[in-house]
Ligand binder design. Structure first.
Ligand SMILES: [Zn+2]
Ligand SMILES: [Zn+2]
Ligand SMILES: [Zn+2]
Length: 303
């Protein structure tokens, strides 16, 4: 259950990253603007407050996407939907690269905080806050919004940023698979606490969010199991992935794109034994990058 391009339209493209907005954002827009109307004398400030939220979430997601690219990962899509934004990031499978790609999002909120607080004090020094009480409430609201986003995202509940940061830190001592396993188990506990909070607060929104986190956490828990099985496979010496440097597993784990038969390209020199089709690229089972077979030769020194 992840937002996809379905039901979304492309808003714009920046640095090769497509920004999609799900249609339901407009329902949320109407809902949140009308909810904020009583706070202001003029309705324009409720609209501005919503736009500030939209922009802050967008900047947060760009933080993830650009950080992921800076460490050699790929990211080409951001989708904004009612439960927040999602930046589709695929950092290289290393703890440091993953940590930076995830931490960059909350760091954007942290960097925005002095900007918002600075604006508040600048307007106060200029005496503007007494002139326009709507402006006062607006500036206070965006500071509260930014802090709330920061705190919520840093909850150590996988797959929230905090949970993924925890996972990246655990990756160093525990490895890729076990760190994900531990982080998702903590995520289940956190998700249950959030669900309890939703019942206590009688908040439908918190309940939906908790269920969403649960379902994502469950998928990642299964992924951790798959990663553990992958890590346990015997590996073939003499070859290594040119991207992540992992040796390929021994066995017929590759699918021929022509005949769909399975084979081991490291035995057949990248030729399908069923239909004789030559495999242009060999995909790494560990990092999912596809590179020509000859670049997998471990005797070739990287330059
Ligand atoms: Zn984030
Ligand atoms: Zn790889
Ligand atoms: Zn084939």
């Amino acid at each position: 259950m992840l937002p996809t391009q379905q039901g979304s339209f492309r808003l714009f493209r920046f640095k090769g990253i497509d920004v999609h907005v799900h249609w339901s954002w407009f329902l949320v827009a109407i809902y949140s603007v009308s909810g904020r109307l009583p706070n202001y004398a003029s309705p324009i400030w409720a609209v501005l407050e919503y736009l500030a939220l939209f922009l802050t979430v967008l900047l947060h997601e760009f933080g993830h996407a650009l950080a992921c690219r800076s460490v050699g990962g790929s990211s080409d899509q951001i989708v904004l939907w009612p439960l927040g934004g999602v930046a589709y990031v695929a950092p290289p499978p290393r703890p440091g690269a993953t940590l930076w790609s995830i931490a960059a999002g909350p760091l954007v909120n942290l960097a925005l905080l002095p900007v918002f607080v600075g604006l508040f004090y600048a307007y106060r020094a200029a005496g503007m806050l007494h002139v326009n009480s709507d402006l006062t409430r607006f500036l206070q609201a965006i500071i509260v919004m930014d802090v709330s986003l920061l705190v919520f995202n840093l909850l150590p509940v996988y797959p929230l940023d905090g949970g993924q940061i925890l996972r990246s830190l655990l990756w160093y001592p525990l490895g890729r698979a076990r760190s994900l396993l531990v982080a998702t188990i903590i995520g289940f506990i956190g998700g249950a606490a959030l669900l309890g909070l939703a019942v206590w607060l009688q908040s439908l929104w918190t309940g939906i969010m908790a269920l969403f986190l649960f379902s994502r956490c469950w998928r990642s828990y299964q992924e951790a199991g798959a990663l553990r099985r992958l890590e346990a496979l015997p590996r073939r010496p003499g070859f290594k992935c040119p991207v992540c440097h992992a040796a390929p597993p021994i066995g017929e784990y590759w699918v021929c794109p022509a005949c769909k038969g399975t084979f081991d390209p490291f035995v057949t020199n990248a030729v399908c034994p069923h239909c004789q089709a030559a495999l242009a690229l060999t995909t790494c089972v560990d990092c999912h990058n596809a590179r020509p077979q000859r670049s997998w030769d471990a005797s070739i020194v990287d330059v």
